[in-house]
Ligand binder design. Structure first.
Ligand code: FAD
Ligand code: SF4
Ligand code: SF4
Length: 1111
């Protein structure tokens, strides 16, 4: 009979050694809560088993939060300034908070955060750590879920430190890759794929580990957590695919396992450590019971404790190989990993997926057993009834009778792969045979079973994408719908596949008993790995106690009943440290303690992680999730958005903006703040002004990767609006600064007199250009730089790619007057749509011409578009009053919403008129301006399907009438971030450019950080974002669709970037005979209501890319 959580809780102590206190016999039910100055919640048990661990002490044990600074930090930091430049050592409250959390639900405040640029700096800091006995914690991308990337001591960060820790080298045939620890896992895979493409290799490779977070997690964290995902199982994780490692031991000694002289030197200098490891291996291998237990535990996924399999898998007289494998999954507690060499695994391109329903979990899990023994499935994901209920229409339509599934039904998403189409087909048949052989009934309803043929394997990529998007989207859906103030929790348990059904049923019952009605169970069934996803608050003693009860109950079920692992993928961290002994027993845990002591006798490497003296460590320093603003309250602090943010290397990231803003809001809301809290609030607000606000490009790239669609840029703009409108924090959107409404009035004045600006700026640019010619670049740089500082970043900093003034707009057919409209519209309805297109040369292109020295082309975007369009048989119309038109972005990005709204409304009116209320397509020459008009929220239904940026329009409408000849040039391409947010548009950019030039290289950066003129006023933002541009030396020039981005990337790359329309025009000629036959737009390009069909709505997604995630 299954025990209740409470019973299980009381009974859990039997694995603990005599007299030892363990997480499982600690009473949290009657605990009291302690909230520290930073809002972290700790549960202090009534029968506190280790009160001395919760008393501040200068004796630094292997636990958290109570380190008294007895002067050692001051001394450490003083000396650290000689190792790492001071600007990279952060001790201000905003940065401490920003690095005080990872993706888990723990918060520990470090004493300092140090961003390192190379191994020598890490080495210096490790030596100081030894000298001053100051603990250090390494951090990569901070996406850990078990609290292993936080510390109350010193954080050493290798993540987002410019180009540092990002070197990679790929073996010629791609079968090995050596990568430094600051590279994202996904980046390494892209580089491997690019290598295979470039060298036309028959096989392409990727790294083995495949955590769902691979595009957000860095190699350092992937190795140190031994992360894994849906397909890699236990065979292709880092432990099994690592070839070599370069690492630093606690005392700073470098060991490169690929280098024989380094190995020899290590064996000489660290003979004690080497013989300790050999001795441990000998001891374990000589104990058949222990060795057998270790082997059995690693047959399934397991990241609890150290990788003890290293002690049984390798000969005791090879301590270097043992050491290298012990470092895998050591969570930064044994040494610093500098780079790793992976034996890569082969990419298989032929894939098929089926989603099969079962009436109950047991049937689904039985089928998994058969699939596993057939060996043909590459992934099998299980979804319980709670998750099936979240399915949306597109998915429901592909899965037979999902709508009628009974309570308790379950689904399996099965993937098979083949190296050839034929092999794929064989495997599909084998998988189907295995499912049939399991003898279970299919269909979600026991009373009306269906045949297996109702659940076919699908090869069509669009259909399989629906399946996988559903699976990957489950966690975001749950995360997005949780109530404000709760954190999202993802448990990660494993058991042998044959027990999966029982364990899942027991755990879901436990969750229900504990009151978690929203919990869903999904997971990598093939590996017996289950993720339980639910929302958890830490606001009341009851909530915290329930969580304690749940953890204990879960440990009981997983370990005692099913002999499983409490963490299959996500590492031990602080979350499972108190349960290590429960899971492994005293003997194996004793071995782990000896491993730690051999590497790090003074507990200076990430103390409190994996092993923790405090049996209640998992209930300490729980992170609050206070409501702050509706736009960001859903944030799960997962860190997925960070890699796309242009400010990631220069100040802070979207996640950190949200985390720190939450704390600012919490501090503002305190009824009786202490003096220290008031002071901290004001320091955080000050730092926020530059780090949080000024260096946010508000480009929304963060939303592209965010599983719950949070656009931190929108939030920043909301704060800017509050500042411009003179609202204070309490009044509305909450501004971090105090200001008055003068900003709003000034903006309205500028908006109302826009023609003057339009006329004046070119004169100003020409004057500046005159001085550029006269005085050379240096003086202008210095003067503008000084003015920029004096005016608090109002005056832009000049660079040699600042354009000359543009000539006034002159070409094109003028738009009809309102009075002419009915006749034209009526004519269009009768005889189709005339081949006309409205073109809006945006203010930025009306004011800015080419830069000095950019002589390849002459003329404006209007002139070149008119030429290009005419070749394809289109006549170009310019809206009335063009010189006064603006999309409003320059106002919006500064938070001047009213002025922005006014300008957008004027532009929409003019465009509606010119396009005969949206019947003619409209091209906006600057991509960000198009996005601005689309998001202006003016309900311009008539223009909904008519607005295009240049690439989409050329691809859809002009290309059929053009012949392209490849120019003998190597060109660069920069897709602006607004275009990247439109599904499929980046690919169109590349595809069209590749028709125009012999070689095309994208800049490869997510966003250049220009954000209108922000990158000129804060040039460090753009240079930081653009430092990752890496173009071949033969590239002659570059193309884009955003004039301001073109300035930024030109300056960074040292090449002229300009509108891609010039490239299209130069490389194209009219298709013979096309113009004569195409006098009107074909009728099928017009929807039933006379408007554009959705086929053409390339910007319809509006930037919310809706990145998906799973675990
Ligand atoms: C939504 C979501 C989904 C996830 N899905 C998965 C999943 O499917 N599978 C999975 O395994 N994990 C998953 N994770 C957890 C996490 O993303 C991975 O474990 C990832 O590998 C952590 O990498 P990181 O770069 O963020 O490392 P961090 O969190 O920065 O660090 C991880 C650990 O490594 C240590 N470390 C970092 N760099 C070094 C170094 N250079 N030398 C020594 N130690 C170092 C740190 O001290 C820490 O203990 C998920 C997380 C989220 C938020
Ligand atoms: S904004 Fe989105 S992606 Fe970024 S940390 Fe929050 S939830 Fe994750
Ligand atoms: S809007 Fe851009 S700069 Fe601002 S947080 Fe998002 S990605 Fe970063």
């Amino acid at each position: 009979m299954r025990r209740s959580a409470q019973q299980g809780y009381a009974e859990l102590s039997h694995h603990a050694p005599d007299g030892a206190v363990s997480a499982s016999n600690t009473d949290f039910v009657n605990s009291r809560l302690h909230i520290n100055d930073w809002g972290a919640v700790s549960s202090i048990p009534e029968n506190d088993p280790a009160p001395h661990l919760r008393a501040a002490s200068s004796s630094y044990l292997n636990h958290d939060g109570m380190r008294v600074d007895d002067g050692r930090y001051k001394a450490f930091l003083q000396d650290a300034a000689a190792v790492v430049p001071q600007p990279r050592i952060f001790t201000d409250p905003l940065h401490l908070l920003a690095y005080g959390s990872d993706a888990s639900f723990y918060r520990l405040l470090p004493k300092a955060v140090i961003k390192v640029h190379n191994e020598a700096e890490v080495q210096g800091l490790l030596r100081l750590s030894q000298a001053h006995k100051v603990p250090v914690t390494f951090r990569a991308a901070g996406t850990s879920l078990s609290g292993q990337a936080v510390s109350d001591s010193i954080i050493i960060s290798v993540g987002y430190v410019g180009k540092n820790f990002r070197r990679i080298s790929i073996k010629d045939d791609g079968s090995q890759v050596t990568a430094e620890v600051g590279l994202l896992g996904g980046e390494v895979n892209k580089l491997l794929a690019g290598h295979a493409r470039r060298h036309k290799l028959p096989i392409s490779y990727r790294i083995g580990p495949d955590p769902a977070s691979i595009d957000a997690a860095m190699i350092g964290g992937i190795v140190a957590n031994n992360a894994s995902g849906m397909c890699c199982g236990v065979a292709q994780n880092t432990y099994h695919t690592i070839a070599d490692m370069r690492l630093l031991l606690a005392d700073g000694t470098v060991l490169d396992t690929a280098d024989e002289s380094s190995r020899k030197a290590f064996l000489q200098s660290h003979g004690k450590l080497a013989s300790a490891l050999s001795g441990l291996a000998r001891e374990v291998q000589g104990d058949p019971q222990l060795a057998g237990r270790i082997r059995a535990k690693y047959k399934i996924k397991n990241t609890v404790g150290y990788s003890l399999n290293a002690l049984v898998d390798f000969p005791p007289d090879d301590p270097v190989t043992i050491l290298k494998h012990l470092l895998v999954g050591s969570e930064g507690t044994l040494g610093f990993i500098s780079s790793v060499t992976y034996n890569t695994v082969q990419e298989v391109h032929h894939k098929a997926s089926a989603f099969v329903l079962f009436p109950d979990l047991y049937s689904a899990c039985d089928s998994v057993r058969h699939l596993k023994s057939s060996g043909v499935a590459s992934a099998v994901e299980i979804c319980d009834y709670a998750s099936l209920r979240l399915a949306q229409q597109e998915f429901v339509s592909l899965v037979a009778e999902l709508g009628q599934a009974q309570e308790g039904a379950a689904g399996l998403l099965i993937e098979v792969k083949g190296e050839t189409q034929q092999q794929l087909q064989q495997r599909i048949e084998a998988a189907q045979a295995a499912l049939q052989a399991s003898g279970v009934r299919f269909g979600g309803n026991a009373g009306a079973p269906l045949g297996l043929e109702s659940y076919p394997f699908r090869i069509n990529a669009a259909e399989t994408k629906v399946f996988w998007d559903f699976r990957k989207g489950l966690i975001p859906i749950i995360g997005g719908s949780r109530s404000v103030g709760t954190s999202m929790m993802i448990e990660d348990v494993v058991c042998p596949v044959e027990h999966l059904a029982g364990m899942t049923a027991d755990l879901t019952a436990l969750f229900r008993e504990c009151g978690y009605s929203d919990a869903s169970a999904v997971g990598h069934a093939l590996e017996g790995n289950l993720h339980l996803v639910f929302a958890q608050g830490f606001r009341t003693p009851e909530e915290v106690a329930t969580f304690g009860r749940l953890m204990a109950g879960m440990a009981d079920i997983v370990v005692h009943k099913y002999n499983g692992s409490l963490k299959g993928e996500h590492g031990t961290g602080r979350n499972m440290a108190p349960f290590v002994e429960l899971e492994w027993g005293a003997r194996a845990t004793g071995i782990m303690k000896r491993i730690k002591a051999a590497f790090d006798p003074h507990n200076l490497l990430n103390p409190g992680v994996i092993l923790n003296d405090d049996p209640a460590a998992h209930m300490q320093f729980l992170k609050p999730s206070p409501p702050a603003a509706s736009l960001i309250d859903n944030c799960m602090e997962c860190g997925y958005c960070e890699a796309f943010c242009p400010s990631r290397d220069v100040t802070i990231t979207p996640r950190q903006r949200i985390q720190t803003y939450r704390e600012i809001t919490r501090l503002r809301g305190l009824q009786q703040p202490t003096q220290e809290q008031q002071q901290r609030l004001s320091q955080m607000e000050d730092t926020w002004q530059y780090d949080g606000d000024s260096t946010c490009a508000a480009d929304g790239m963060c939303a592209v990767r965010c599983p719950v669609n949070i656009n931190t840029g929108e939030f920043t703009k909301q704060l800017r609006t509050a500042a411009v409108d003179g609202l204070d924090a309490a009044a509305g959107a909450a501004s971090a600064s105090t200001s008055s409404a003068w900003g709003s009035r000034l903006a309205m004045m500028a908006a109302n007199n826009f023609r003057l600006i339009n006329g004046g700026v070119p004169l100003l640019l020409n004057t500046v250009d005159f001085f550029h010619g006269l005085l050379g670049p240096r003086l202008l740089e210095v003067v503008s730089g000084t003015l920029n500082k004096w005016t608090n970043h109002i005056v832009p900093v000049w660079n040699p790619y600042i354009p000359k003034g543009a000539k006034a707009v002159s070409a094109g057919l003028s738009s009809p007057q309102a009075s002419e409209l009915p006749t034209q519209a009526a004519r269009a309805t009768q005889s189709g749509i005339p081949r006309q297109v409205v073109f809006l040369p945006t203010c930025v292109n009306r004011m800015m011409g080419p830069a000095r020295g950019d002589d390849r082309y002459s003329g404006s975007t209007l002139e070149v578009f008119t030429r290009l369009a005419e070749k394809a048989g289109y006549q170009v119309i310019v809206p009335q009053g063009v010189s006064g038109l603006c999309c409003g972005m320059m106002f919006d990005s500064r938070g001047a919403k009213k002025a922005a709204g006014l300008k957008a409304a004027e532009a929409i009116t003019a465009l509606s008129l010119a396009s005969q209320m949206g019947k003619l397509p409209i091209v906006i020459d600057n991509s960000p301006c198009l996005a601005q008009l689309k998001s202006a929220g003016l309900n311009q239904q008539e223009l909904k399907f008519s607005l295009y940026e240049p690439v989409a329009f050329t691809s859809l409408f002009l290309a059929p009438g053009l012949d392209f000849d490849k120019l003998p040039r190597s060109v660069a391409l920069h897709v602006p971030c607004t275009s990247k947010q439109a599904p499929g548009l980046s690919e169109k950019f590349v595809a069209l450019a590749e028709q125009c030039a012999e070689s095309v290289t994208p800049t490869g950066i997510p966003c250049c950080g220009m954000a209108g003129d922000r990158g000129l006023r804060f040039p460090e933002l753009t240079s930081s974002a653009c430092q990752h541009i890496d173009l071949p030396s033969n590239v002659t020039d570059g193309y884009s669709t955003s004039r301001t981005c073109e300035i930024g990337v030109s300056n960074a790359a040292g090449l002229h970037f300009r509108s891609i329309l010039f490239l299209f025009d130069e490389a194209s000629k009219p298709k013979p005979g096309f113009r004569e036959t195409a006098k009107e737009l074909p009728q099928q390009q017009v929807g039933q209501d006379g408007k554009r069909p959705s086929l053409t709505t390339v910007h319809e997604a509006g930037g919310a890319g809706g990145g998906m995630t799973s675990v």
